[in-house]
Design a protein around this ligand. Structure first.
Ligand SMILES: [Zn+2]
Ligand SMILES: [Zn+2]
Length: 289
């Protein structure tokens, strides 16, 4: 029994390492498969217990399997994340230093956008590429932006605006919170970072809801009012791109000091994989022959 227990966790971790970012449906499928592969028809732990056991192991190497909800449609999603704040440096195997500095600059433009728009137009995104310390040509920037979207770091809307994907919000959470403390806002209901959702009609009120959090919350309420100031809640009052906060005299936000974190060089990713392998090996040692 102990043998299959440890092996199931090991298999799930390996799958998480290759997927990095996945839906909850996929996670549950991976969980069931991990047991079946070890000829265990009935999992010995519930999905929650299973994840908790893995996270207990991962804790020692500053990693975690973390849950969130996609801001656009509320889909539950999971990711294998670093919890020590240097998540962005882990991108070095996927992107060059110049590409990462462009990505960081895009994050800054998105996070510090005025009127809680949390997005940047493609025109601005391309123009900014030429302003970097090591500038990027327009065509290189175009293909790089496309890659950021393909790799699920950014979302491109039909109106040509880039915003943070749920993967970015989930995996870069520590970096985002440490670097943009003054600019980021939280959903009043789930306390997760919010860059797309609804806001209270009252300019001074801080209530902000993800669309899915709003749906869930009002489903159990008799009145559709802001929980804080009791003013009627309008779902059409959105935050994110093309909102109407500007016309309503919403405030432009303070610019944050530029991100100064230096990209760490070298084989971070390799190091990380080795660490995970060690955790995996440790579990294998616990096997009961
Ligand atoms: Zn929320
Ligand atoms: Zn309010």
């Amino acid at each position: 029994m102990t043998s299959s227990y440890a092996n199931a966790h090991r298999l799930f971790l390996q799958a998480s390492m290759s997927e990095r970012f996945f839906t909850e449906t996929k996670a549950i499928e991976m969980y069931k498969k991990a047991y079946l592969a070890n000829n265990v028809r009935r999992p010995t732990e519930t999905f929650q217990e299973f994840i908790a056991s893995i996270n207990q192991k991962l804790n020692t190497i500053d990693m975690e399997i973390r849950k969130s909800h996609d801001e656009t449609d509320g889909t539950p999603v999971w990711a294998l994340v670093n919890t020590n704040g240097d998540e962005i440096s882990k991108l070095v195997t996927e992107y060059t230093a110049v590409e990462i500095s462009y990505f960081k600059h895009l994050i800054e433009l998105i996070v510090t956008a005025d009127y809680e728009e949390f997005s940047v137009s493609s025109i601005t995104a391309l123009r900014e590429a030429s302003k970097l310390k090591t500038s990027i040509t327009k065509s290189a920037a175009e293909s790089l932006l496309q890659k950021f979207v393909e790799d699920k770091w950014l979302i491109l809307s039909k109106n040509g605006k880039y915003s943070l994907s749920q993967r970015a919000i989930l995996e870069l959470q520590v970096y985002l919170k440490e670097t943009y403390e003054d600019n980021l806002i939280e959903c009043t209901l789930c306390y997760d970072i919010i860059t797309k959702g609804q806001r209270c009609d009252v300019q001074q009120c801080k209530s902000r809801f993800h669309h899915h959090c709003s749906r869930n919350y009002f489903a159990s309420q008799t009145e559709k009012v802001c929980p804080s100031c009791k003013i009627a809640w309008k779902e059409s009052n959105v935050i994110g791109e093309d909102n109407n906060n500007k016309s309503k005299g919403g405030s432009s936000r303070r610019k944050n000091k530029r991100a100064t974190a230096v990209t760490r060089e070298g084989d971070e990713e390799e190091e990380e994989e080795e660490e995970i392998e060690e955790v995996v090996a440790e579990e294998e040692d616990e096997r009961d022959y």
